[in-house]
Design a binder for this molecule. Sequence first.
Ligand SMILES: Cc1cc2nc3c(=O)[nH]c(=O)nc-3n(C[C@H](O)[C@H](O)[C@H](O)COP(=O)(O)O)c2cc1C
Length: 330
Amino acid sequence: MVKIGNIELPDFPLLLAPMEDVSDPPFRRLCKMHGADLMYSEFISSEGLIRDAIKSRMKLDIFDYERPVGIQIFGGDEEAMALSAKIVEAVNPDLIDINFGCPVKKVVCKGAGAGVLKDVDLMIRLTKAVISSTSLPVTVKTRLGWDEDSINIDEVAERLQDVGVQALTVHARTRAQMYKGHSDWTHIQRIKNNPRITMPIFGNGDIDSPEKALEYKNRFGLDGMMIGRAAIGYPWIFDEIKHYFKTGEHLPKPGMPERIEAASNHLKWAMEWKGERLGIVETRRHYTNYFKNIHGFKEYRQKLVTTDGADDLMKVFDEIRDAFADYQLS
Ligand SMILES: Cc1cc2nc3c(=O)[nH]c(=O)nc-3n(C[C@H](O)[C@H](O)[C@H](O)COP(=O)(O)O)c2cc1C
């Protein structure tokens, strides 16, 4: 069992990564159904929360069926982080996660996200500000360091633990790498092997198959792993990995009926949550992933992204069901 505060997770939990514009309640619901053990919200700007920006507030929505769930915040100002921790606590998530890993310029420039990897003292002050404003467990997600010449995750991990962080997830890239190049998990293994480190350490970066998940589980000896891009349009990845861990065998791949059900549920739940119009528009970007490599799907994808109105869209899904009734995935 892995414990974060009093949250109990199974051995070697699989975490769904926080992903902006992706890890919202409809998507999380699908990942939960398919085996994610701990999930995070999209990152939320602390400044936005305080300004009461609607976009930031919507990201605070969590539902009981998805527990345990964490809300992730970012920001470069201690007071704003402290205040936003209080706002977050009021919606009662299971934990608060701080993003010290976002490589995007507009975030980094404000001294937030991966920006603080260049200023560990600031990172620690921001972390303390959050921890002292909440009774919830606080976790951190970060990267290896700013660039290859300044990998400082060893120091960062110790100092974060010393001020009360209860779990650490490391995306095994530097900020300079953005999403390119190789993710090097040996750095995370070193942190896990540091006898001073007692908090759970989760690895993240490029897990995209049951084989790779098992290889990394055995090779690096971490407490669990977090999966991001491989789950987009493919929430089955969690069950597939767990089954492979247990049996060494592969679950059958989801066929067209399962993919259609997942995509149409995603749409339905998005409409229930955000309203018909926004739900329809914001689900459009997911269809390509649900139906990746499906031969002859292009014309239906086109219909899915251009049709307005819930009823008409459900008719498009019926059409897809008929057209692909005998389709065999290769
Ligand atoms: C579309 C997208 C949005 C992301 N948004 C966030 C975010 O809000 N917070 C965060 O900590 N990381 C964010 N990330 C990074 C992921 O959480 C994860 O660290 C990264 O994708 C590497 O894991 P993977 O190889 O399994 O995708 C995002 C990644 C993607 C692809």
